[in-house]
Design a protein around this ligand. Structure first.
Ligand code: ATP
Ligand code: MG
Length: 368
């Protein structure tokens, strides 16, 4: 799939924006603070219904304006799709797909698939377990919107169970009504994650071997607070979940907190058998993150039948020439957006296959 056109009004530092895009490579060049990432953010918003750099939608509305409106057209095998989003300083956000208003945010997911790689994504490798859970959740949501609802349900149950435990700290409070719901939704989440991690693990390993020219092996391991075996399915995982909760009963009463479940899950990335978070070099961590992102492309392709759009924000300068060339020249069927401060870094590309946009203070000029 690829984005054909973007229109926006009062989005960040853009008053009015109208761009026709290249199906293959779009490069946004400009100095710092000109509006390059804002374009990436607009695309991400159209795919996920939220920003990747703020949880406050209002921040995307141009300062001193009441509303922002974005409309993008996506060219897909299944036909063209338009996505419209209206953010208002004092109203709920409004979403439309093919002119039809959406009732829930979850309905937006899957209309435009994106894979984003931005400097912050290094957190997937270097950051805390919460960052890795956020990463898996975002990816699974894009492919299986049902997961999004289950995750929200789980989080609500978890909050209520935690509240009960917290308010009765030190007491043997009856958790029966919450346990079954926690186990049901939690097991669904773990089952999805198990499947997703296994598949992305295989793909990331392949990608990593390719970009390191067979020098390194990347492995992704799922460490769940609910133990399971490879062959285990929903039934076994649910049983293990129940057992683990039972074992932790006393501890939960004492600490006033839910200690078992997917909210405690962890992912381990190993390069040549070493935990890359603690033992990897900067370059190894970056390459591992890149391999994971490239694996996502393949995984989404496998699931939805076409490649997602790749958003590369400010990452080219962080990669060595070999890896930069790989991204620019090897992803022939993937529409790619690149932001950079230095165009000469990207001279290796065939000029026919790209469009370059010069970004300056919320204005965009296309090069000829
Ligand atoms: N809500 C807003 N209203 C108006 N302008 C905004 C708003 N939010 C951000 N900006 C402006 O947008 C610009 C930043 O845009 P962006 O993050 O896209 O920069 P960039 O070109 O990616 O820069 P860098 O190379 O530093 O990453 C800044 O000038 C900032 O003041
Ligand atoms: Mg930027």
């Amino acid at each position: 799939m690829f984005v054909e056109e973007i229109k926006a009004i009062n989005f960040r530092n853009y008053e009015e924006l109208h761009l026709q895009l290249h199906p293959r490579l779009n490069i946004f060049v400009g100095e710092n603070a000109q509006g390059k990432t804002n374009i990436i953010e607009m695309l991400y918003l159209s795919a996920m219904g939220k920003s990747f750099r703020t949880s406050k939608d209002q921040e995307m509305i141009k300062i001193n304006k009441q509303q922002t409106y974005t409309k993008i057209s996506v060219n897909k095998v299944s036909g063209n799709t338009t996505i419209e989003i209206r953010l208002d300083a004092s109203q709920k956000k409004k979403l439309k797909v093919n002119q039809i208003p959406l009732v829930k945010l979850g309905e937006l997911l899957g209309n435009l698939n994106v894979v984003i790689f931005a400097p912050d994504d290094l957190k997937i490798v270097k950051g805390g377990p919460g960052e890795r859970r956020k990463f898996i959740d975002n990816e699974i949501c894009q492919i299986y919107p049902k997961y999004y609802y289950t995750l929200n349900q789980y989080n609500r149950i978890l909050q209520q169970r935690n509240k009960l435990l917290r308010e009765n700290r030190g007491k043997r409070v009856d958790l029966e009504i919450w346990n079954q719901q926690l186990i049901d939704t939690g097991t669904t989440i773990i089952t999805y994650r198990k499947k997703f991690i296994k598949r992305i693990g295989i793909l990331a390993k392949l990608m990593h071997r390719k970009i390191t020219e067979e020098l390194e092996t990347l492995e992704i391991q799922y460490e769940s607070s609910v133990p399971f075996k490879e062959k285990d399915d929903v039934k076994e995982i649910a049983e293990n979940f129940a057992k683990k909760l039972e074992e932790n009963n006393n501890m939960e009463w004492r600490r006033g907190l839910t200690l078992v479940g997917p909210h405690r899950d962890e992912l381990l990335f190993k390069v040549n058998q070493m935990d890359v978070k603690n033992f990897g070099s900067q370059g190894q961590q970056r390459t591992a993150a890149l391999s994971i992102k490239l694996a996502e492309l393949e995984l989404i392709k496998g699931e939805v039948g076409e490649y997602p759009v790749l958003l590369l924000d400010d990452v080219m300068s962080e990669l060595d020439i070999k890896r930069q060339n790989y991204l620019v020249n090897n992803l022939k069927n993937v529409q790619t957006f690149i932001t950079t401060t230095m165009i000469n870094q990207l001279n290796t590309t065939n000029i026919e296959n790209r469009k370059v946009f010069y970004v300056s203070q919320g204005n965009i000029r296309k090069s000829d």
